[in-house]
Structure formats: structure tokens, C-alpha cells
Design a binder for this molecule. Sequence first.
Ligand code: FES
Length: 68
Amino acid sequence: MGRKLVCLCNLVTEKEILSAIRDGAVSLHDVTELTGAGESCGRCRPIIENMLNEAAVNAEPNAQGRLF
Ligand code: FES
């Protein structure tokens, strides 16, 4: 993890995308604006969307089972 390239067209790593999400990106459009990932062939877009979904799920308090 980290140095793995997610967007081959624009040489954007997993780490850069996670950093964009931490900085407030909540949509594919946001990630593309911040990193350039996904603005060419689009093959990486489903991966980016998965990362956004995972980040959203992990942000839910219930995902950790901490409320009960
Ligand atoms: S691999 Fe990301 S736009 Fe082509």
C-alpha cells in the first residue's frame, strides 16, 4: 500500500488519493480535481470510487461497533 499506482495515466498513487480523501475529497470529481487521477482513460475511476466508499464506511461510528 502507499506507493501502489492507482491511476496509470497520470501516475497517481494510492497514498495520494488517500491523502486527498483525508483533505476532504468526497467524490470522484473532488479526487480528480486534487490529484488528476481519473481524468484520462477512466479505467481507475471504479477503484477511486471504492476507496471513497471505504473511507465513508470507516467514518461511520457503527462501522467500528463503538456505539454499543
Ligand atoms: S488510469 Fe486513471 S485515467 Fe487512466
